[in-house]
Design a protein around this ligand. Structure first.
Ligand SMILES: Nc1ncnc2c1ncn2[C@@H]1O[C@H](COP(=O)(O)OP(=O)(O)OP(=O)(O)O)[C@@H](O)[C@H]1O
Length: 459
């Protein structure tokens, strides 16, 4: 029977080896040797990874020792597999389960793979704490950093690693054109409310999958954006929403006492009830346009009015999304920006112009369905390298039907932006610039997903 069911595993899928012994309660010493156990990473459906074991039975101490040493030698030879990790954990993420997630699901696997973890200052105590921890701490001797939390935490840690890299390279962050890459790879363990970053990276929001990508040393370079205003760097990030997306987050932040799912649904409904367009000027640099112009110049093409590659649109916009990654989540299984990849050197600029509330809701509902969410006359999409969003005034046209009220922000003169699930309030123009492959995240390019489930039905 065993001969009929011959199976094969590849050495690259093994992440640990142990001697297998049987120990009885009365027995002294290390127990009776049974053989060796290989710990393997298996690929499952929908980009899921799973840990498994394979026992090789052999009662000879000498044989087992040779096999054990050989496997250890092979395992030590795989590049990128971390030996030591710095862990940062947000105890407040989602329903405050990050600590439990880490100690019950992540740490046992890291221990099995003999990865050392830094246990000092592992828990963040307030917003921005990850930035100050990573500013001060010594990272020499670590092979990577792991963040256990949601999008806000993950983005904050990525921002902190990039700031640290600029400082180390002696770079000014303000007005920065070509930032240097982060030195250490970052692992994202999804323990937040939405986990868009981890979901986009792994194709699934799954703790064991994320942990195994870290253990196996799968490295994925990812594009990052800089957000700046008046030449001053605000932050690094992966995606942003302005208008409806920003206002929804501003509402959700005010109702933090609600459960995450209720808060999200409530904020969407409240922002829809108060739906109003933002009067803006949006300038953008289409993807590859500067290269095209340079090439045309090199070929000696006659001067044309396309010398300035920047394009500008203006008007009343309900929502503006700028995304360097696909932004997969349970409410948009194909992604908020399905045509963007993690490292294709471009961003998706998705603009919803002013329209009626029912039409806008129809557009939003399409994100959860298989229908094209962009096939509306008021939706425009562009592939860009840079975008400048310049709000012209924050007193939009009066429309009693829309129940215009001031912005749900701390300062009435600022506009709420949703940057990776974090609220960023800016009063003037925001300049978003893409930096290809600026950070390495632990993950692997995922397969296309056809079979998806939608878990939110609030609209
Ligand atoms: N101890 C803490 N107390 C309060 N806030 C914290 C603490 N530690 C970190 N934070 C901040 O909490 C914010 C939100 O956390 P996080 O993103 O992990 O969870 P979430 O909001 O539940 O998930 P998501 O962003 O995926 O919806 C982050 O911006 C982070 O800076």
């Amino acid at each position: 029977d065993m001969l009929c069911k011959e199976e094969m595993i590849e050495l690259k899928d093994i992440f640990s080896v142990k001697l297998k012994r049987r120990c009885s309660v009365k027995q002294q010493g290390s127990g009776t040797l049974l053989g060796i156990t290989l710990f393997i990473c298996l690929k499952r459906e929908q980009n899921k990874l799973k840990d498994s074991t394979l026992d090789l039975i052999n009662l000879s101490e000498d044989h087992c020792d040779i096999w054990f040493q050989q496997f250890r030698k092979i395992l030590a030879g795989f590049p990128n597999r971390p030996k030591s990790l710095k862990i940062l954990l947000n105890p407040q993420s989602h329903k405050k389960e990050a600590i439990q997630v880490y100690y019950e699901k992540v740490e046992p696997l890291l221990k099995l793979a003999e990865i050392k973890t830094d246990v000092t200052k592992i828990v963040t105590e307030y917003e921005g704490h990850a930035v100050s921890l990573l500013k001060e701490c010594e990272l020499q001797g670590f092979d990577g950093v792991v963040c256990v939390g949601g999008d806000g935490s993950a983005s904050e840690v990525a921002h902190a690693l990039l700031l640290r890299a600029q400082k180390k390279a002696g770079m000014e962050t303000d007005g920065i054109l070509t930032p240097v890459r982060a030195q250490l790879p970052l692992g994202l363990i999804p323990a937040g409310s939405t986990n868009v970053l981890a979901h986009s990276l792994h194709g699934i929001s799954h703790v064991v999958t994320a942990t195994l990508h870290i253990i196996m040393g799968h490295i994925q370079p990812v594009d990052v954006c800089t957000f700046s205003t008046a030449g001053k760097l605000l932050r690094f990030g992966f995606s942003a929403m302005f208008g409806f997306g920003g206002r929804t987050l501003a509402v959700a932040e005010k109702y933090r006492w609600m459960s995450p799912n209720h808060r999200r649904d409530f904020a969407v409904i409240k922002a829809l009830a108060k739906l109003k367009p933002e009067d803006c000027e949006i300038s953008f640099l289409p993807f590859n346009s500067s290269k095209d112009i340079q090439e045309r110049k090199a070929q000696g093409s006659p001067k044309c009015d396309c010398d300035d590659p920047w394009q500008m649109i203006q008007g009343q916009f309900l929502n503006v999304s700028i995304m360097a990654i696909p932004c997969l989540c349970s409410v948009a299984p194909r992604g908020l920006a399905p045509n963007t990849r993690l490292n294709n050197g471009s961003m998706a600029l998705i603009i919803a112009r002013d329209t009626s509330r029912p039409e806008f809701i129809k557009h939003l509902k399409r994100y959860a369905s298989v229908k094209n969410q962009f096939s509306f006359s008021f939706v425009e999409t562009y592939t860009v390298e840079e975008v400048k969003v310049h709000p012209r005034s924050n007193s939009s046209r009066y429309n009693p039907e829309r129940e215009d009220t001031p912005h749900e922000t701390a300062s009435e003169n600022s506009f709420p932006w949703n940057v990776d699930g974090d609220l960023m309030e800016v009063a003037s123009e925001v300049h978003v610039r893409l930096h290809p492959r600026l950070i390495s995240l632990y993950g692997e390019s995922m397969e296309e997903m056809h079979d998806f489930k939608v878990t939110c039905n609030c609209i």
